[in-house]
Write a protein that binds this ligand. Sequence first.
Ligand SMILES: CC(C)(COP(=O)(O)OP(=O)(O)OC[C@H]1O[C@@H](n2cnc3c(N)ncnc32)[C@H](O)[C@@H]1OP(=O)(O)O)[C@@H](O)C(=O)NCCC(=O)NCCS
Length: 145
Amino acid sequence: MENGDITFHTRKWVRPEDLNANGTLFGGSLLRWIDEEAAIYAIIQLGNGMAVTKYMSEINFVSSAEQGDLIEMGLTATHFGRTSLTMRAEVRNMFTRQSILTIEKIVFVNLGEDGKPAPHGYTEITYSRDRVPRQHLERMPPRQG
Ligand SMILES: CC(C)(COP(=O)(O)OP(=O)(O)OC[C@H]1O[C@@H](n2cnc3c(N)ncnc32)[C@H](O)[C@@H]1OP(=O)(O)O)[C@@H](O)C(=O)NCCC(=O)NCCS
């Protein structure tokens, strides 16, 4: 599913443990889910399991979600830097498409084995699984034929 450039991947079912004292979705749960989603997106785009959250811009909690709602999270890369990747995030209701959260900028930094920022060498989004982190590459079966 697309919304402009955003591809919505992960879906969540809002459960009692995800609620705040008002009985609506707790912002902290949403941020944890988005940070994990951004990490997975960055790993796929940068082909490196060592990528960390560096920066998040203003978080706009556009509307609330309630227990039982089905929501979906989407990200798109907006800028490939030398060592960084900038993404935009949106969370929305799966059925009404009402926006629940937007974050204009989430920046992840690609780290080298020394834990310092390292150039990733990419300039464009990949839509396939062609940038495989080394630890996963080592576990993949050899190609046939
Ligand atoms: C990630 C970390 C190694 C970067 O160190 P640093 O000294 O800021 O590195 P640099 O100054 O070389 O910047 C690295 C990249 O981040 C970008 N960057 C740095 N500060 C930024 C900011 N405030 N906003 C946006 N981008 C920023 C730089 O522009 C650079 O990108 P580029 O190479 O594509 O141009 C270091 O800040 C760190 O370890 N932070 C903690 C990360 C972490 O643990 N996150 C998990 C959540 S707690």
